[in-house]
Design a protein around this ligand. Structure first.
Ligand code: AMP
Ligand code: MG
Length: 709
């Protein structure tokens, strides 16, 4: 089943008519390849849409950019039925929306907050509008989840409870759903909403209603389908007009390629799919092509340890992480120029040989080697020359020579080049000594890269040399994993930020700046979540916020099992946490767990332990999450310049540096001694067993740089 026409609507919750001149943040109605229509009011837009629906023959796909449902539990609480459609009907009865956009959405939200059981979820309103049950700010606790399942997966989507402020979608949703209900009433059996009415199937009705979210387009595989239409009309200076036009184009492209029907399929890995379809809904096309392009979520129990494990040796911990983790970042095609530091998502093969044709490796004179008799040689010189990019197109007669420069294609009749320095010439002929080998000073076609050869494998992290390698065969764009986003949280009542005054019981936060810069160094995108007090409610909210924006969370502090160890307590609450008591020094227990589908590395608070655990455990794990290979740092065996007696049982990492070929270690092993981290250039790793090290014994030294490679 295909669609004959595609209509995409960029909706607005404005209180007044939009300006007469087409402007942004107003309503645009796009249809197929037609110029999007600017509508000053919702009434005008609905009239236009109804007219288009009546007069366009055939099957129509109709998209609106607001949420078609609310997070779990709200529909039931409001209407007694866990169905989005029941909420639409309820809102249609409550929302009034006048000819000039005058509407009562804030009052309705205020009433809904007052009426529904538990704390009202809606928030955000104009400062001047005082409503008893509608706050300006988000509440710390609310009776309903902040996000629908789809918003949890499509990182970056806003909460539908938020009615005002940048990017808010709540107001559009309240008003929009009332209109959707009326539209459905008007068209009866002719219209059906996906997935609310059809489950995870393409509806049969003539008009299919879907929720879209153009702002997420950039991160969706649809992006690749959305280009290639004529945007010269000045209306496309307005982003909203571009969005509806680009979406119409993308969906048409997908349909032409036979991929559109797959967009209706039930998303992989949903545990509660039927309820989600009915109650919450989904954003159409946001994970289009999901099976190959959107990695499946990590298992919630991916950090669970085998039962009965007490102290886990470092190698076992690493093996477990290596086995359990998989890539989490989606894939997007980007120009090669943007690939530096990114992870390649597919192997690259050569579309062309390099060099494409045999050519000269030096400046000199070319000829056919077979024509040479005994030396010394004298060959008549042809007029003209062969230069790089400017070939000599005539054949060179047997027995003659031609002037040739480095990189020039060998003309027909030339297979050997003699170096200019080895030749004397009067402009008419050349003379040179014997001893030139057949094929000397030439490069064969494909000697660097043969046509079709594999250049780089999937998971390769792109360096400048790799960019040259791909560019040399004309590769213009490559599929890349989106950079891994890593959120960093510091916890501790004692912590202060640099601009703050610090009392005697307070210390400056060292871990967060350290971890944020480590993440940049590793080529990932750091997300600073700030420092948090030892307050479980605050930390809980921050973890959720971090899980929304990032792919992985690194926290420091509060990872043990004490009173103020909230990170481990919270991760335990979700049931998805494992306290990893790893036999490592420095490093108290590492708390590893999943928070809302996002892996959390709860690092120790002591800065030395935090860095060692981040380098030893989080770094290779993040490499896998980012789409690259597991990484083992390159170490070097060097003679020790120190004495150390070590007991068996734990692996130890010492702050170290190399001076004159021997390894020195920092005087103190205290895990609070940040100065030693900075004094060092790397770490010495001493194995799990007992060791008695005296100067001259070989020890394994791992430079910091090995962790970044
Ligand atoms: P915790 O793991 O929270 O018990 O912290 C262990 C030790 O590390 C305590 O002495 C903390 O004050 C210290 N610490 C925790 N977080 C940081 C941080 N971000 N920067 C510097 N020191 C910290
Ligand atoms: Mg603490």
């Amino acid at each position: 089943m295909s669609f004959d026409s595609i209509i995409m609507v960029d909706w607005s919750a404005s209180n007044t008519p939009s300006p007469a001149k087409p402007s942004k943040d107003a309503i645009f109605v796009g249809q197929d390849d037609r110029r999007p229509v600017y509508c000053r009011t919702r009434a005008e837009a609905i009239a236009l849409i109804e007219e288009r629906l009546r007069n366009t023959p055939g099957r129509i796909l109709l998209g609106f950019d607001f949420a078609f449902g609310f997070p779990k539990g709200f529909a039931q609480a409001l209407t007694g039925r866990a169905e989005a459609r029941a909420v639409w009907a309820e809102l249609a009865g409550r929302i009034s929306d006048g000819k000039n956009n005058e509407n009562n959405r804030f009052q309705v939200a205020d009433a809904l907050n007052a009426e529904t059981p538990g704390e009202g979820p809606f928030w955000g309103r104009p400062a001047g509008l005082n409503l008893a049950h509608l706050d300006m700010k988000k509440r710390k606790t609310a009776a309903y989840p902040e996000f629908r399942e789809i918003e949890g997966q499509a990182k970056g989507a806003k909460s539908v409870w938020q009615l005002a402020g940048a990017g808010a979608v709540g107001s559009q949703t309240l008003i929009g759903l009332a209109h959707l209900h009326r539209l459905c009433e008007a068209f009866g059996d002719e219209i059906a909403a996906w997935p609310q009415d059809s489950g995870w199937a393409m509806p049969d009705a003539r008009i299919t209603l879907v929720e879209i979210y153009p702002a997420l387009l950039d991160r969706s595989p649809l992006k690749a389908l959305s280009d290639g239409w004529d945007d010269s009309d000045p209306i496309y200076a307005i982003p909203d007009a571009v969005q509806v036009r680009a979406l119409c184009h993308a969906f048409h492209q997908a349909q032409a390629q036979g991929r559109l029907e797959a967009f209706f399929a039930q998303p992989a890995g949903l545990s509660d799919a039927e309820r989600i379809a009915r109650e919450e809904g989904w954003i159409f096309g946001v994970f289009a092509d999901a099976p190959s392009l959107q990695p499946p979520p990590l298992r919630n129990d991916c950090f669970a340890l085998p039962p009965g494990v007490d102290w886990t040796p470092v190698d076992d911990a690493l093996a477990l992480l290596k086995e359990r983790l998989t890539v989490v970042t989606p894939v997007k095609t980007a120009p090669l120029s943007q690939a530096l530091g990114c992870v390649l998502a597919a192997p690259q093969t050569a579309p062309r040989a390099q060099p494409p044709a045999p050519n000269s490796a030096v400046d000199g004179y070319g000829f056919a080697h077979a024509c040479l008799g005994d030396g010394p040689h004298r060959l008549p010189l042809m007029q003209g020359r062969a230069a790089a990019g400017i070939p000599f197109t005539d054949p060179v007669p047997y027995g003659a020579a031609i002037r040739i420069l480095t990189g020039a294609i060998l003309p027909d009749g030339v297979d050997t080049v003699v170096l200019e320095e080895d030749v004397s010439t009067d402009g008419q002929a050349i003379a040179f000594r014997e001893g030139v080998k057949p094929g000397a000073n030439t490069r064969k076609a494909g000697e660097d890269v043969e046509l079709g050869a594999q250049l780089l494998s999937k998971g390769h992290v792109m360096r400048p040399a790799d960019i040259a390698h791909l560019a040399s065969v004309g590769i213009e764009s490559v599929p890349l994993h989106r950079r891994l986003r890593v959120a960093v949280i510091s916890t501790g009542d004692e912590l202060r930020d640099p601009h703050e005054a610090a009392g005697p019981g307070q210390i400056y936060d060292a871990n967060r700046p350290m971890l944020l810069s480590l993440i940049s160094d590793l080529g990932y995108e750091p997300v600073d979540m700030g420092r948090l007090p030892d307050d479980r409610t605050v930390i809980r909210a921050a973890l959720s916020e971090a899980a929304r924006t990032a792919d992985v969370i690194l926290s420091s502090g509060g990872a043990s099992a004490g009173d103020e160890d909230h990170i481990s307590a919270l991760l335990t609450e979700t049931g998805a946490m494992s306290m990893w008591r790893i036999a490592i020094k420095p490093g108290r227990p590492l708390a590893l767990g999943m928070w809302e589908n996002t892996p959390v590395f709860g690092l120790p608070g002591n800065p030395v332990a935090a860095l060692v655990c981040a380098l030893v455990f989080a770094r290779p794990a993040m490499s896998v999450l980012a789409g690259a290979a597991w990484k083992t740092p390159q170490g070097f065996d060097l003679p020790a310049a120190f004495t150390k007696r070590k007991k068996p049982g734990r692996r130890e990492f010492l702050r170290a540096r190399v001076v004159d070929g021997t390894v020195e270690v920092f005087a103190s092993e205290g895990s609070g001694r940040i100065s030693g981290l900075s004094w060092a250039d790397g770490l010495v790793e001493i194995g799990d067993g007992a060791r008695d090290i005296v100067p001259g014994d070989m020890v394994r030294y791992i430079p910091y740089a090995s962790f970044l490679a």
